[in-house]
Design a protein around this ligand. Structure first.
Ligand code: PFF
Length: 451
């Protein structure tokens, strides 16, 4: 094993682990992506399939990743190497850790840019910049904003710096302090926004759309979209849960913790939907509005409603908070690897990986303006990166992880680490061995166009 043995920190309690993993899972995916995907894919039916995917596929993989982390007690690359040796199989499984780490690193480069947009929108909304503008006016703001590399670079830099400052302070000093504050704040602000949505007169309309499945809307495309999103939303297949699991003290039930995180992740997504859809219906915004839903439409709605500068400001604060507790998790595997295997100090590892990630993020910034017409296979830099990570690297990594834990990891190790009763263990075992690989293979084949 290369690298040095450094004294390892741990989460101070199971609550801390649950908060941190929830903070990682809840992010732009829940609040920005989930509502527009649900709008596009028929509301209730999308939500139903998404829930099934979480339960049958994502939670078992999440359990597997935390398990790998807790047994290995190292960064994702080293943990996989240790576990493959303990199971008498090839050391090359360590590449699975590298693959996840690279995916997380690439995702962070664009995640930070989009999160930078949310930072900027806190100020734009709270200072009433959108006041008196109609839909077109607000849309023009957005178009002008993303056309400016300078503005985006400033916000991207600020967001990345905030991420690095937190991660540089380590587990108990940085990550724990951050999630302890951020996660409850997020629930509080969402509840306030839902309260506002309740008063729009369209709450039932929004709730029915989101929670009542209309089976006639079920298509293969909906299933695949829900499956892919469940993956992204739970932060699996990126080494994040391995890294977080490696700091988890023994004696805490991994299955219980995973179920709580998945439930919290789902509740936030549903709360975000319940806050957003009544506003969308009340303002006759098309359901198929797509990824621009929040940045183009909500400021318009906030500009018109009483107290909109406050609620709008709060909403974007919420989004930035959610993004921050996800971004710190995205960089943690790389930082842990640089510290443990490459003998760098934690501060040095943070700044080195953060600067590289920031630099890569410039490609995403430029893809909305000066590189807009620079495409490869019809995709801009940002679209290419998103496709490479979400559609190729994540499914591939999730598939391999299910195969490794389900088929290669020594059964004795798994059985002793998962303190579950025989029935629960058997359910998980079936899911990770057969159901998860099968379903993930389906996403992957769709992503690379075989299906
Ligand atoms: N789950 C986060 C979200 O829904 O926004 C995004 C994310 C964070 C994905 C961390 C992956 C990850 F490792």
């Amino acid at each position: 094993m290369r690298g040095k043995r450094v004294a390892r920190q741990q989460w101070s309690s199971s609550l801390m682990f649950v908060l941190a993993a929830t903070g990682s899972a809840v992010g732009l995916g829940n609040i920005w992506k989930f509502p527009y995907l649900a709008g596009k894919h028929g509301g209730g039916i999308f939500v139903l399939v998404y829930l099934l995917c979480l339960l049958l596929l994502c939670i078992p993989i999440m359990v597997a990743e935390i398990l790998v982390g807790r047994i290995g007690r190292r960064n994702p690359v080293a943990s996989l190497e240790i576990l493959s040796q303990l199971s008498g199989c090839r050391k090359s499984w360590r590449w699975l850790g590298t693959l996840g780490m690279v995916a997380g690193f690439l995702i962070l480069s664009y995640y930070s840019v989009i999160a930078g947009w949310t930072l900027s929108y806190i100020f734009k909304t709270a200072t009433g910049e959108f006041r008196g503008h109609d839909a077109e006016g607000v849309e023009n703001f957005f178009i002008e904003f993303i056309a400016s590399p300078r503005q985006q670079i400033v916000w991207h830099t600020l967001f990345m710096t905030a991420t690095l400052v937190i991660v540089a302070h380590g587990i108990q000093g940085g990550l724990e302090k951050a999630v302890e504050l951020l996660t409850p704040a997020l629930f509080l602000i969402l509840t306030i926004l839902m309260g506002y949505a309740l008063g729009t007169g369209e709450f039932m309309h929004g709730a029915l759309f989101l929670l009542f499945p209309d089976i006639s809307n079920l298509t293969a495309e909906t299933v695949l979209a829900a499956l892919g999103h469940a993956f992204f939303s739970l932060s699996i297949a990126m080494g994040v849960m391995i890294a977080y699991g490696s700091y988890l003290p023994n004696g805490i039930s991994i299955i219980k913790a995973s179920l709580i995180v998945a439930a919290a992740d789902t509740v936030v997504a549903i709360m975000a939907g319940l806050a957003i859809f009544p506003l969308v219906f009340a303002n006759h915004v098309p359901l198929t509005f797509g990824p621009g839903l929040i940045f183009k439409t909500l400021p318009m709605i906030f500009a018109q409603m009483p107290g909109g500068t406050l609620f709008g400001g709060l909403f974007f604060v919420l989004l930035a908070i959610a993004a921050l507790s996800s971004s710190i998790s995205l960089i943690e595997p790389t930082v842990a690897w640089l510290v443990e295997d490459k003998a760098l100090s934690r501060g040095m590892a943070c700044w080195l990986s953060g600067m590289t990630c920031w630099f890569l993020g410039l490609g995403t910034v430029f893809s909305f303006n000066i590189w807009r017409d620079l495409t490869v296979f019809d995709k801009t830099f940002f679209q290419g990166l998103d496709f490479l990570t979400s559609n190729l690297l994540l499914p591939l990594n999730g598939l391999m992880m299910a195969i490794f834990v389900g088929w290669f990891l020594r059964h004795k190790l798994t059985r002793s680490e998962l303190d579950a009763g025989p029935v629960l263990f058997a359910c998980w075992w079936l899911l990770i061995r057969f159901v998860a690989p099968g379903a993930v293979m389906l996403i992957f084949m769709q992503a690379i166009g075989i299906l």
